[in-house]
Design a protein around this ligand. Structure first.
Ligand code: HBI
Length: 100
């Protein structure tokens, strides 16, 4: 069961709970680029986040190039950003702080 889409004001309010995430122009996703020391750290971060995403049944759209991981989060069923995205963003922030 997915949450409802957060509209402009609620979305900006919710974003204050996470670090350095930006809203896409159409406000259907939030995005953040993470940078690590090297590929090993980036991939360790991705491995941990993949397991967390699976537990939540909520999965990132992401890409990796060497020490960088680009992440986009949205809730497909809601057609935008929901509290599930904010929750996963917070988990990814916390993981990045440990790996960074
Ligand atoms: N991941 N980001 C994201 N958004 C979803 O809506 C979503 C998901 N992972 C699994 C999922 N939905 C399932 O609940 C449905 O596809 C069945």
């Amino acid at each position: 069961m997915n949450d409802a889409r957060l509209e402009h004001e609620a979305l900006n309010e919710a974003l204050q709970a996470v670090e350095n995430w930006v809203v896409t122009e159409d406000e259907t996703a939030i995005a953040r680029d993470f940078k690590f020391a090297d590929f090993r750290e980036a991939f360790a971060f991705m491995s941990e986040c993949a397991l967390a995403a699976e537990r939540l049944d909520h999965h990132p759209d992401w890409s990796n190039s060497y020490n960088r991981v680009g992440v986009s989060l949205s809730t497909h069923d809601a057609g935008g950003v929901s509290t599930r995205d904010i929750a996963l963003a917070g988990i990814m922030d916390e993981a990045a702080r440990r790996f960074g």
